[in-house]
Structures are given as structure tokens and as C-alpha cells.
Design a protein around this ligand. Structure first.
Ligand SMILES: C[S@@+](CC[C@H](N)C(=O)[O-])C[C@H]1O[C@@H](n2cnc3c(N)ncnc32)[C@H](O)[C@@H]1O
Length: 273
């Protein structure tokens, strides 16, 4: 893959400046996101054909929920789960685990029928070159599937305790580790630019219901990025606390960030005539 150090103004990286895996509760935070999105992800991967005989790569696999469900529910042949920190991943028959930084050169080699990366590229620099490198890992006839967050608010969205904290979160993560969700809607275009074909995309927005996995995911994420949010000057501790209370109250009437999933297929190799 490609060499790239974080391009955040502060030079920080995922897992170091924020979302440190060794901090208690980080696995649970990832699992709340997985609970909110895994069924949607699995439905899409299965609709794309993930099943028996497929060799799969799960990039930035986190706690491995998708990797395991690919094996258990879709019945794929194998999954290679890769992460910069693999403490939440355990090997088992069919599931191989590799600790690697996907921004390092030559960290991965192909070819897989499915290459999947969810909520990873948005945190990393140079998505164009990362997407091109991931496309290289797809076997002929295989598919690259990318999911990342989209911010569906605009300057006309009503101001609520939720939107105030979310705005500070995106800005704080951008400044601290370079997270940038503004480029996520470009993924279909970027996939096509790598030469992948039959590109398409969809968005899922889980309802923000008090106590739901997505509400708990945002509350946990705010807690873990509180310092980055305060540093923006957009919120103080009281505003973050108000956002957490709002999420858990009947007052909550807001649109969550969504998950955009985009995919593209690598052409089959032409058989010699
Ligand atoms: C938000 S979690 C998503 C986990 C999982 N894909 C999911 O959707 O449940 C992001 C994951 O990407 C991993 N990650 C971040 N930067 C990485 C890098 N440069 N190389 C490999 N993995 C990375 C993190 O360690 C973390 O497990």
C-alpha cells in the first residue's frame, strides 16, 4: 500500500491521539457501531454474492464482527482480518488475523474476491491512493466495498445539542487525526477512477432512538474525543454533557450521521483466444 503519515493539522493518528485501543471500553464503542450497521453491511455483502468459495479481506476489522459473520452466515471460504491493532481479533478456522498499518508500503497482497473496509478510510490520509491500493488487492471478478460515515447536516439544519456536538466532533477529529467525511460522497467516482466497473452506492441512516446502539455509539465517541472537541472552541464540557443527555431523552429529534457504502467490480480476466 502507500506510505502516508497523518495529514491532520496536529499530525495525530487514529488509535494514538484518539480512539486508543488500550483505553477501557474502546472495543465496546466499536461494537455499538457494529450493532447499528452490521445487518445492513451483511445484507449488502451477501447481495453482492459473498458466499462459499470467496476469499475475503476485511481492512481495519476492529472487533471482527463482519469478518466472523462473513464466515458464519455467508459461508465464505476465508477472511483475512487486518488492523493496526489486533487485540480485539482472535484467529479461528477460516479467520486469519494480520497486524498491519494499511498506509505502510506493501502491507498487503492480493487477490481477494471481496475487499471490505468500513469506517477506516475516513480516518486516513490520501483516500485516492488508498482506494487505488485496495483495488489492486481485488481478484479479477471480485468486488471492493467501502463504507464510511456521511454528515447529512447543512447550514440550514436546526441547531440542537446534538448538532452542536457533532459539528465539534467532526472538526475536532479533522484537526487531531485528519478524519474527513466530506470526501466520502466521492467514493463512487474514486472507485470508477481505479478502473473498477459497475460502481454503485447507497446510504443507510440508523434512527437516533434513546438507548439504541447508534445513540450509545455517538455518546461513547464524544467521550473519547472530548479533548479534541473542546480544543475546537465550538463546545465546552457543559455543551458535550448536554448533547449526551439530549441523545438519551425524549427531546431527541435529529438525523444521525449515515453510512455510505460504495462498491465496484474488477473485470474478469479475458481468456486467451
Ligand atoms: C471505527 S473502527 C471500525 C472497525 C470495523 N471496520 C467496523 O466497522 O466495525 C476503525 C478501525 O480501523 C483500524 N485502523 C485505523 N487506522 C488503521 C491503519 N492505518 N491500518 C490498519 N487499521 C487501521 C482501527 O484500529 C480500528 O480497528
Amino acid at each position: 500500500m502507500c506510505a502516508a503519515r497523518g495529514d491532520a493539522p496536529g499530525g495525530g493518528r487514529y488509535g494514538e491521539a484518539v480512539f486508543r485501543p488500550e483505553q477501557a471500553g474502546e472495543g465496546e464503542r466499536i461494537d455499538f457501531g457494529a450493532l447499528a450497521y452490521d445487518d445492513i453491511t451483511m445484507a449488502r455483502l451477501r447481495a453482492l454474492g459473498a458466499g462459499p468459495g470467496w476469499r475475503c479481506l476485511d481492512v481495519g476489522a476492529g472487533t471482527g464482527t463482519v469478518s466472523r459473520r462473513l464466515l458464519d452466515e455467508a459461508g465464505v471460504e476465508s477472511v483475512l482480518a487486518v488492523d493496526r491493532d489486533v487485540r480485539f481479533l482472535a484467529e479461528r478456522p477460516g479467520l486469519d488475523v494480520l497486524q498491519a498499518d494499511i498506509t505502510a508500503p506493501d502491507s498487503l497482497h492480493g487477490g481477494f474476491q471481496l475487499v471490505h473496509a468500513r469506517f477506516v478510510l475516513m480516518h486516513l490520509p490520501e483516500p485516492e491512493s488508498l482506494i487505488a491500493a485496495l483495488a489492486e488487492l481485488v481478484a479479477p471478478g471480485g468486488v471492493l466495498v467501502l463504507s464510511d460515515a456521511v454528515d447529512l447536516t447543512s447550514d440550514r439544519t436546526p441547531v440542537t445539542p446534538y448538532t452542536t456536538v457533532m459539528r465539534a466532533m467532526w472538526e475536532g477529529l479533522r484537526a487531531t487525526i485528519g478524519t474527513d467525511v466530506s470526501r466520502v460522497p466521492s467514493y463512487p467516482h474514486l472507485l470508477r477512477g481505479t478502473g473498477l466497473e459497475f460502481v454503485a452506492a447507497e446510504i443507510h441512516v440508523p434512527p437516533l432512538v434513546p438507548g439504541s446502539p447508534i445513540s450509545r455509539f455517538w455518546a461513547d465517541t464524544w467521550e473519547r474525543s472530548r479533548a479534541a472537541m473542546l480544543a475546537t472552541g465550538l463546545v465546552d464540557d457543559a455543551a458535550v454533557d448536554a448533547g449526551v443527555r439530549y441523545l438519551d431523552s425524549d427531546e431527541c429529534a435529529a438525523l444521525s450521521g449515515g453510512m455510505l457504502t460504495a462498491w465496484g467490480w474488477k473485470a474478469e480476466e479475458e481468456s486467451p483466444s
